[in-house]
Design a protein around this ligand. Structure first.
Ligand code: ATP
Length: 508
């Protein structure tokens, strides 16, 4: 069996499966697509909704201390001044003047090529799993090309943001391989601008939100005034965010329009914020495992103190082993009272809560778990995908593609299959079961083709169970069906009430 991260060209296989089976299409494909934008097809939209619904149920419905909201995508422009996004939501942008390619300076790396202690040139490479190896190989190539004798020193990898003004003209562009065309990095604001109303001038400029979090801070007072929340409590939101990423890449991992699931957990300023941060870190990891991500693919990345934003006390990212490397999936930040203080300052409206214990008004601090639904989707797809050798009914070996999705998030929970299409007794029983299941679960009815083929089709779509209505169903007592499990391919007989009990237990 080949699986997930071990499959060569796994990303290609995933993109192809996603298109073929209607999980994800490139946006506006008939016009050539639009870089950084994607559409979710019929199976994809179900999977994405299920991820989102599981999160909402576990984060909001099943807790007593968290409420949900849904705020507008375009907010008052002052929000983004207060939050710091207008001034500081930037990435360092580098242009190649010859190829017109654009790079993020923190994803572009270079090294001096040093032979016998003397710098003879520079090499560059884009961020990858093996940036150092690529730079070393490029350095060896340059040495050969220039036919310089002597000992080549191991390359020292540096980020383009660290290049000095003297070095920049000497660093080759990754697009052309030639030096002289890269510009010094400049700050590029990633917010999409738009105009609100009929007039297009400076006074009408607004932004598509780059994160959902500010909605929670801006509505903090409304929630406190209109509900009975007491510290500690959280406000959660799921919604679209937009970032004009310089280099959207790795399929839906980094796109320009994406969905976020964020929660702001407000705590007393004197509360043990570190313990609370740890609790949320654990909650988030457990939740990812509960929807089927393998624990072995998860790891933590603690942001070094010197790289933290000044208001952040601690940020830890839950990393996932994607096919293209270990990357951030979920960021859990302790943001102090920065956001509420900023909105208090910019709006002039107090953002406080009354503390019964001290009889004083306090500005709460916040712990923020922020995750992208699309990044979870990709993690789920990558770890669920497998290609296996299996034997058909005649004992011949064939390959099957299977998505081992958790029943919690699988787009279709059960496929109902009458053994034969033209035998009314079978189809009537199958349709009756299908109609009953459909009231509560996403199910499919499939009577087309050989039963083995139908099983394969469902395997590839990640359907955990197939129920076949066969001759034993109609001829033998007990009204049982064949239940076929996707992962083990094992078959057993099951009654209708047992089937409902199984679903009740596994789909939650
Ligand atoms: P990165 O460093 O990867 O750009 P970030 O640290 O800027 O991400 P946050 O601002 O913390 O991301 O956003 C919270 C979460 O939103 C991320 O952990 C990620 O899951 C998701 N996210 C952020 N940017 C994108 C994007 N361009 N496409 C898809 N998901 C994203």
């Amino acid at each position: 069996m080949s699986n997930a991260a071990e499959t060569p060209n796994l990303m290609e296989a995933l993109v192809s499966l996603a298109k073929r089976r209607g999980f994800i299409y490139p946006s506006s494909e008939i016009y050539g697509g639009l870089n950084g934008f994607f559409d979710y097809g019929p199976l994809g939209v179900e999977l994405k909704r299920n991820i989102r619904d599981c999160w909402w149920r576990d984060m909001v419905h099943r807790r007593d201390d968290i409420v949900g909201i849904e705020t507008s995508i375009i907010m008052h422009p002052k929000v983004w001044e207060a939050s710091g996004h207008v001034a500081g939501f930037t990435d360092p942008l580098v242009d190649c003047k010859v190829s017109k390619q654009r790079y993020r300076a923190d994803q572009l790396f270079f090294a001096a090529v040093v032979i016998d202690g003397k710098t003879v040139g520079y090499v560059s490479a884009l961020e990858s799993e093996n940036t150092a190896g690529e730079l070393q190989a490029a350095a060896e190539q340059l040495k050969r090309k220039k036919a310089i004798q002597g000992a080549l020193e191991p390359v020292k990898v540096r980020e383009f943001t660290e290049a000095t003004a003297d070095e920049i003209p000497l660093i080759p562009s990754p697009a052309t391989g030639e030096p002289g065309s890269l510009t010094p990095p400049r700050a590029f604001n990633m917010m999409f601008e738009t105009n609100v109303g009929a007039l297009k001038d400076a006074s009408s400029v607004s932004y598509l939100r780059p994160e959902t979090a500010q909605g929670m801070f801006v509505d903090f007072k409304n929630v406190v005034d209109t509900t009975r929340v007491k510290l500690p409590f959280g406000i959660a939101q799921i919604g679209k965010s937009f970032r004009n990423e310089i280099t959207p890449r790795n399929f839906i991992f980094r796109s320009r329009e994406f969905e976020q699931m964020e929660m702001e957990y407000f705590i007393h300023p004197d509360a043990d914020w570190l313990a609370c941060h740890e609790e949320w870190l654990k909650w988030c990891q457990d939740w990812l495992i509960s929807i089927g991500l393998p624990a072995s693919h998860l790891s933590l990345h603690e942001h070094p103190k010197e790289k933290l934003a000044f208001y952040s006390r601690r940020t830890v990212d839950i990393m996932f082993k994607y096919p293209f490397g270990v990357q951030e999936l979920w960021g859990i930040a302790a943001r102090s009272d920065y956001d509420l203080q900023q909105h208090q300052k910019f709006s002039g409206v107090p953002h406080v809560m009354f503390d019964e214990a001290t009889k004083a008004k306090v500005v709460p601090h916040v712990i923020e778990p922020a995750v992208g639904t699309d990044r979870i989707f990709l993690a789920v797809l990558a770890s669920a995908y497998a290609v296996e050798d299996v034997k058909d009914e005649k004992g011949n070996v064939e390959q099957r593609t299977v998505l081992r999705l958790s029943p919690r998030i699988a787009p279709t929970k059960v496929a109902v299959l009458p053994l034969l299409k033209n035998k009314e007794q079978l189809t009537n029983r199958a349709k009756a079961l299908y109609t009953k299941l459909k009231k509560r679960y996403a199910v499919q009815y499939d009577d087309g083709g050989a039963i083995g083929k139908r099983y394969r089709r469902q395997d590839e779509a990640g359907t955990p169970w197939c129920v076949t209505i066969d001759f034993d169903t109609i001829e033998k007592p007990g009204d049982t069906f064949t239940l076929r499990e996707r992962d083990s391919m094992a078959q057993r007989r099951i009654t209708e009430s047992e089937l409902f009990a199984l679903l009740e237990e596994q789909v939650y």
